[in-house]
Ligand binder design. Sequence first.
Ligand SMILES: Cc1cc2nc3c(=O)[nH]c(=O)nc-3n(C[C@H](O)[C@H](O)[C@H](O)COP(=O)(O)O)c2cc1C
Length: 454
Amino acid sequence: MRPDNLKSFITLLEEADELVRVSTLVDPYLEISTIINRVSKGAARCRALFFEQVKGSEIPLVANLFGSLTRVGWALGTTDLKALVKQFSRDLAETGDEDAHAALAKLVAKPLWLPEPAEAHWLDQDLSAQGLTSLPVLQSWPGDGGRYITLGQVFTLHPEHGPQNCGMYRVQVINPENALIHWRPESGGAMHMQAWHARGKAMPVAIALGGPPVMTWAAGLPLPAGISEADLAGYLTGSPLGFAACQTSDLCVPATAEVVIEGTIPPGQTRLEGPFGNHTGRYAPPTEAPVINVLQIFCQKHAVYPCTVVGPPPMEDLFLAKATERLMLPMLQHDYPWVQDVHMPLEGIFHRAAVVSVESSTAGSVRDIAESLWSSILLKNARLLVLVSAGEKLDDPSHVYWRLVNAADWSKHVLLDGSKLVIDARSQPGAAEVKADPAVLHRVLQRWQDYGLN
Ligand SMILES: Cc1cc2nc3c(=O)[nH]c(=O)nc-3n(C[C@H](O)[C@H](O)[C@H](O)COP(=O)(O)O)c2cc1C
């Protein structure tokens, strides 16, 4: 149970009856995504899907690998995600650093789990002549601007300093040699690009597909600059990941990747990217995006192409985000021990809408509390925060709604800060809770048969 590459993860899922093979020829234009969408909503027990024959490509495709929290746990090498979270919390505390970022940096920098050089598995086959269109890249929704690589680990380096960044960003294929990358200006990759372009230089980029499943999850983590996703992945799985050098740049990618695309992003070249059907249930409108010039594409002999469909929830990406919520909570609690728990409903996870239970002894105004929460990795972009008292049932929407609509005084308990909204639905000091008398409740339960109410 510690899958160290995509194929061993597929085997693990198959043995656990968590993956179905589809041998019928299927179309990457809309058909595969329609199947994946139905399965994400409950068909075929939400299992992972292995499409053996994809129209227009020699390469089979796997999707919905991470379509449950249990499966994300397996990708991280554990059957007990809660235990891993507890261990992480203890290890952060043992560093002795009061600041969560400093504690994390110290923890993941141990040589025990730093990435190791390894031989590339992805150099078997050169697809460079055929280009990007030889991959079974999906168009998911009818209004999408084209085909998108959705589950790539995008590696970049600052031109002068710091570790590699690995992020998950959508990549639109526009022809065999070119693609467009969509990244928010504050993302690690975009900041690296700015630094290269400010020096008038093209930025090298490498997109890895497959390899250790923990790296696919880690690519979606908003880690602070200076902390490497690969180091954290090694710490969480308890062993170093093997990385191999790229051929056209100083970048390194997982040695067991299935497919590796190497290219450069020159300064001053952009094109319209999108529209892209996303998790809001609406299309993101077209925007100018940097162009990737592909230099080479290599893949394993029997490569499998992993992908995901982004769209109205529930979709696979929500479970990746849910695992992030669980694992980043200890970081938040390290800095703010008064945070009891966090629940980010699946519908709002990528807007980082969160219900946060806070110890009643917590001092400070709603703004003080919100600003502390916004300073964390997990909640820095939260556009909706609902504060409730410790002990509330955070994952029960009707319970939270009940607390919310009864929050005493909207003029004092609602804070609108730019586009961010905070609602303080904690019980007011001194407001006693309505509860049955414990002794009477005990007696009633004992006598329940006598009332003839069974
Ligand atoms: C399936 C999936 C698709 C994503 N697509 C994008 C995207 O297109 N652009 C983006 O900026 N972030 C996207 N994200 C979120 C980023 O991966 C996330 O913010 C991550 O922290 C980026 O890494 P960075 O902090 O090193 O920039 C996506 C996440 C997932 C799970």
